[in-house]
Design a protein around this ligand. Sequence first.
Ligand code: NAP
Length: 519
Amino acid sequence: MKRGMQLLASYLSGSWSPGSGARTALVNPATEAPIAEVSAGGHDLAAAFAFARTSGAAELNALSFAQRGALLAACAKAIHGAREALIDLAVANGGNTRGDAKFDVDGGSATLGYYAELGARLGNTTHLPDGDPIQVGRTARMGGQHIWARRRGVAVHINAFNFPGWGLCEKLACSLLAGMPTISKPATATALVAHRMMELFAPLLPAGALQMLVGPAGDLLDHVRPGDAVAFTGGSSTARTLRTHPKIVEHNVRLNIEADSLNAAVLAPDVDLSSETGGLFLADVVRDMTQKTGQKCTAIRRVLVPLGKEADVADALKERLAAIQVGDPSLENVRMGPLATAAQAKDIKAGIARLAAATDSIYGGTGEITPVGVPAGKGYFVGPVVRATKDPMNCAPLNEHEVFGPCTTIGSYDGTAVFASAFVAKGDGCLVSSAYSDDRDWVATFVGAAAPWAGRLYLGSSKMAAMSPGPGTALPSLLHGGPGRAGGGEELGGERGLHFYMQRTALEGDASVLKSLLG
Ligand code: NAP
């Protein structure tokens, strides 16, 4: 298929429609060359919602979990079949290295595959028990049972630019398995991967089960009604707009928000940098700074090391970062590409400048870099940046602003788990934070105090180092989301991921009737 200056169509009401109005170019962020266009709107979104509520709902309602799981398995297989082409698109449109692109594309298919298996396990049923039967009367005859039932509504997914493939799949896996027809909107700037996935999925799914709006949201949210569910990933200011959207407020529409996060990584005092745990810590920090050019919501932004170890950590990071070639991500020797958009590059440079005013440079200054394989002056490049603060707890630019790029800041502490957990809390709620320690007492104190501030705590140690994917990888089996600044949302987490798209209902009655209802 020719992929020159293609006008990306949306898939709405059962057909592909290019829309109308002013066009926006999608570019290759390494060269700034335009590679596709989207139109500003002109779509009949009222009709798309109606199509989801009628055709999509009826089709999915007729299917069991196992059958919906089989649909997800077919989508995962389709991604596998088109993997190389999808990776090429992610390299061209996302500024991804091949490794970054695989992370997005394979992460998407793996998540679909995980939920396909969950569907098979849940089997030939359409609702789920929530906990055990409860005796609510004087005798066991009068019982209670909570269930999760299918919701009659539309799931609306709004995704961020950084994971066009994985973002589409991780939300879709849960809503489709739960039985909700879905309208998905990828971020405009990097929509090519999601658009191609929609082309792959469309022939595999029942009519109305999945639609895709490519381009700006327009009046998308004006059509939500009671029973619908909106899942959003993106920046906190857009999140605020959604929270106060009149239709979301009027109809009490469920809203899940995955937003900014100032994830921390803490090295405990028992860890020698030359140990397995120390090596894991260094590898995780470097991976999170450079993978996807630091544009991961889960990436380590704040690093805490015991007093006296700052210089050793700084030297080790410098050595590893110096080996990372920055430039055109389509080149084999390049390990880090550009930021995804001009706007992101501007934001990140401003964020680093704010940090620079309050911190010292350890590596990379403020991110100036001459990328390899790129026409002079082109591309949205920022090099890896390590900063250091003498007062990590009170460094406002560090603890209040997410720099969504290849930048991290190191501070030191007294080595206590109490200080470490307070530092995690200083981010006002994060998706994930990590602690590296082989001292179980230290870890227990850390977890007790840090858990309320993180959606996930990653506990790095010698026993798991060899098989760890690092804190930056969101796994389908574990919750993704976090309190406070991170949006207060929850996605994934195995079966928990379905609950946002289902209704929990308490049943109260004859215990034997309740038992028979659950099969
Ligand atoms: P963004 O500007 O908030 O955009 C996110 C999505 O919202 C895009 O699809 C965007 O569409 C859409 N959008 C913008 N305005 C809207 C409106 N008024 N109504 C409905 N939809 C609207 O964020 P971004 O620049 O893509 O992502 C960067 C931020 O996302 C980072 O700050 C990062 O922290 C956060 N993030 C969080 C997670 C997580 O899982 N927690 C993951 C990734 C990123 P257009 O593209 O068409 O404008």
